[in-house]
Design a protein around this ligand. Structure first.
Ligand SMILES: [Ca+2]
Ligand SMILES: [Ca+2]
Length: 440
């Protein structure tokens, strides 16, 4: 333990060194006249988007970003006038972009941000009467298309009109829209209007929408591992797509007025490889759409799709039924017996507590790194830490276990990421858990 303690403390002093620029935004303590470093954060998302370039990362501290609070001007623009390929926009904690009831577009994705990742951002509060009003819009009506290979994950769309619109004219391809939550949308949650678009819409949860969850005119898009509940329509196609039997699978449909409709679903029949079952949400009247432990959707997702973290930043696929096979739960939340609490103060200590709610997983562990990343080990849950900045060996202990290390003074901007996991000695399986993050 002593060696590990030294390793952790000394590596932390190296600080995080990155070839790309990081821009920091803090709705509470930032100023748009600041430089945008961690120690001198900006106030508005819009100011960061004006500065960011290719490969950069924008970190948004928890808080509410709006016209009133931070002076945002909508639509926010990404990749519209300056090349911003490989840009990451990452929310930390409860990040809310409050549109203040506007009509029109909230965030526009242009042609110049291929491989954009937009993760852990909440979009709230739009007008629900104007047909065009949309939180995230890519391309334009019969326009030139939009950037490819965008990843949009762990976002919340609450009380917006449309959630995400991918326009037609030029196909929009390679988007991975996953582990997002859509609640109370006034119109469709996801639109995909070009017949040649080819994307993956998976592991999302759509609830209580007034219109369609997904309207896809595309012939190749995959729709899998999603929950559609309380929607007017779950999945609809336009007039031309071929049968969607192979593309629309492993989704749960429950309590919708219509589950599927359109030419891709002959006779309005739900393709067989789906689940017409009650998801068993924990407390839907209080907007808690986690799954109860008895839900038939646990470990029921298609395991071949890309997985990262769920909406809570738990490993997106966990062997939570301990059968030795790692499968994601259907929907945007993943069940795990493992929980993690971690906190740290520069110049004081870093502490953690890992526990297991299952007697079948009596051993828990924790790996540290200095950044967020992804390690995919076949047969195991994904680890949401950066393999290039892994800090020493894991801490292992009988659940629950706690630990701490003394910390030197840590420069602003440095972060410690931890991945909690459990071990089931019966099936000889590592069971994934939540990722934690301390930002200094
Ligand atoms: Ca399993
Ligand atoms: Ca899932």
């Amino acid at each position: 333990m002593f060696t590990k303690t030294l390793a952790l403390a000394s590596l932390l002093t190296l600080t995080s060194v990155s070839a790309q620029t990081e821009y920091w935004v803090d709705a509470t303590n930032g100023l748009d006249t600041n430089t945008g470093t961690a120690a001198s954060p900006l106030k508005s998302v819009g100011a960061a988007l004006l500065l960011a370039g290719t490969g950069d990362t924008i970190f948004l501290h928890a808080g509410t970003y709006s016209s009133q609070a931070t002076g945002e001007v909508f639509p926010l623009q990404v990749g519209s006038s300056v090349t911003q390929d490989d840009l990451t926009i990452r929310g930390l904690g409860d990040v809310r972009i409050d549109f203040g009831g506007i009509t029109g577009t909230g965030l526009r994705v242009g042609l110049l941000c291929n491989r954009l990742r937009l993760t852990n951002v909440g979009f709230f509060n739009m007008d629900k009467t104007d047909w065009w009003t949309t939180a995230v819009q890519a391309g334009s009506y019969n326009g030139p298309g939009s950037s490819a290979d965008v990843e949009l994950d762990r976002c919340r769309f609450v009380d917006v009109n449309r959630g995400i619109v991918l326009w037609q004219g030029v196909p929009i391809t390679g988007w991975r829209i996953h582990d997002n939550l859509f609640v109370d949308c006034g119109n469709d949650c996801i639109n995909e209007f070009d017949t040649s678009s080819a994307n993956e819409l998976f592991d999302n949860t759509f609830v209580d929408g007034a219109h369609l969850a997904i309207l896809s005119d595309a012939d190749q898009t995959v729709v899998a591992n999603n929950i559609f509940s309380g929607m007017r329509v779950g999945v609809a196609s336009g007039a031309t797509p071929s049968a969607a039997t192979a593309r629309v699978h492993s989704n749960a449909f429950w309590n919708n007025s219509i589950d599927v409709e359109g030419a891709a679903f002959p006779g309005g029949t739900l393709p067989p490889a789906n689940y017409p079952v009650d998801p068993q949400f924990v407390n839907p009247t209080m907007d808690d759409f986690h799954l109860q432990s008895t839900s038939p959707l646990i470990d029921a997702g298609d395991p071949t799709l890309f997985v990262r973290g769920d909406l809570d930043n738990v490993s997106g696929a966990v062997d939570s039924d301990f059968d030795g096979t790692v499968r994601t739960d259907v929907g945007c939340y993943e069940s795990t017996p493992i929980s993690l609490a971690m906190s740290g103060t520069s110049g004081a200590t870093l502490t953690w507590s890992v526990s297991s709610s299952s007697a079948q997983v009596p051993v828990t562990g924790l790996w540290f790194s200095q950044d967020d990343g992804l390690i995919q080990i076949p047969g195991f849950s994904p680890l949401l830490i950066d393999p290039n900045s892994l800090i020493g060996p894991a801490f292992l202990g009988t659940a629950p276990f706690t630990g701490s290390v003394p910390l030197p003074t840590i420069p602003a901007g440095v972060r410690v990421v931890a991945q909690a996991f459990g071990f089931d000695p019966n099936s000889n399986t590592l069971v994934g858990g939540p990722a934690g993050r301390v930002q200094f």
